[in-house]
Design a protein around this ligand. Structure first.
Ligand code: ATP
Length: 250
């Protein structure tokens, strides 16, 4: 088994936002191993630390303590320029906000990571668009595409460099359930057919149903894990988490 991503006792504390005197603990000693070719869903209520976990795992934010590895590379040992290169060459991102470049057409958006890496777009961008069913929209600007189509372009862009890990942060939050399912099916296919590794942050139990494994975060800690989650089990797992959060908020 090859490990794509591992977190070992990763904590992230935000100074000056006290919960007690120690600052706000967004992540509290989280350990996690994601084998290559696995689809992991990270679930939890608002403020439970999902985005912080993703940002630390993807090298967008430095943990306060603990180690993060992509493959064998320990992110904490990398200088900023090397970390930027690693994010560019070995990681793919899909975010909730539709962050395509509005002045570039669909194909140019997908080709962007290749250009940034100094690689020619030798047809890979168009092939990527075809793989998400959008070859016929290659020349269209993002503003002329639907929300679901834009997210499919974003997925094609995240996959075009054949990254070791794809991180997706609530990629379906703005979509209706049917369109969301189409987008999640694409991530699933990237895992099943191309051996990609996907880490999906979501608060939607239906989305977790596409994953191989789900972990549940509560106040920065992993409090439960589910193997081969289906939406029903994920929802059931969520209820106690939701109640606990409500109790904290009172
Ligand atoms: N830059 C920051 N400075 C201070 N506190 C922060 C910062 N970023 C996040 N936090 C706090 O860390 C905790 C975890 O936030 P995070 O965004 O990871 O949660 P989340 O589970 O992704 O929430 P949501 O589902 O609402 O996006 C929250 O209490 C949040 O207020």
């Amino acid at each position: 088994m090859t490990t794509a991503l591992s977190l070992d006792a990763v904590s992230r504390v935000h100074a000056g936002r006290n919960r007690g005197d120690g600052g706000l603990i967004a992540l509290d000693s989280v350990s996690l191993t994601v084998p290559r070719g696995r689809f992991l869903a990270v679930m939890g209520g608002s403020g439970s630390g999902k985005s912080t976990l993703l940002r630390c795992a993807a090298g967008l934010e430095r943990p306060t303590a603990g180690t993060v590895r992509i493959g064998d590379t320990e992110l904490g040992r990398l200088k900023p320029a090397a970390l930027t290169r690693l994010r560019r060459d070995r990681i793919g991102f899909v975010f909730q906000s539709l962050d395509l470049v509005s002045a570039l057409d669909a194909r140019e958006n997908v080709a962007l990571p290749l250009l940034l890496a100094g690689a020619p777009d030798d047809g890979r961008a168009l092939a990527g668009l075809a793989a998400v069913g959008l070859a016929d929209r290659a020349g269209d600007l993002p503003a002329t595409l639907s929300g679901g189509q834009r997210q499919r372009v974003a997925i094609a862009r995240a996959l075009v460099t054949e990254p070791e890990v794809v991180f997706a942060d609530e990629p379906t939050a703005a979509l209706d359930p049917a369109t969301a399912a189409e987008v999640l099916a694409l991530l699933r296919r990237a895992v099943d057919e191309h051996g990609r590794t996907v880490v999906l942050v979501t608060h939607d139990p239906a989305a977790a149903g596409w994953a191989d494994e789900a972990v549940f975060l509560e106040r920065g800690r992993i409090t439960a894990r589910l193997d081969r989650p289906d939406a029903e089990r994920a929802r059931a797992m969520f209820r106690p988490v939701g109640r606990a959060l409500a109790a904290v908020a009172r």
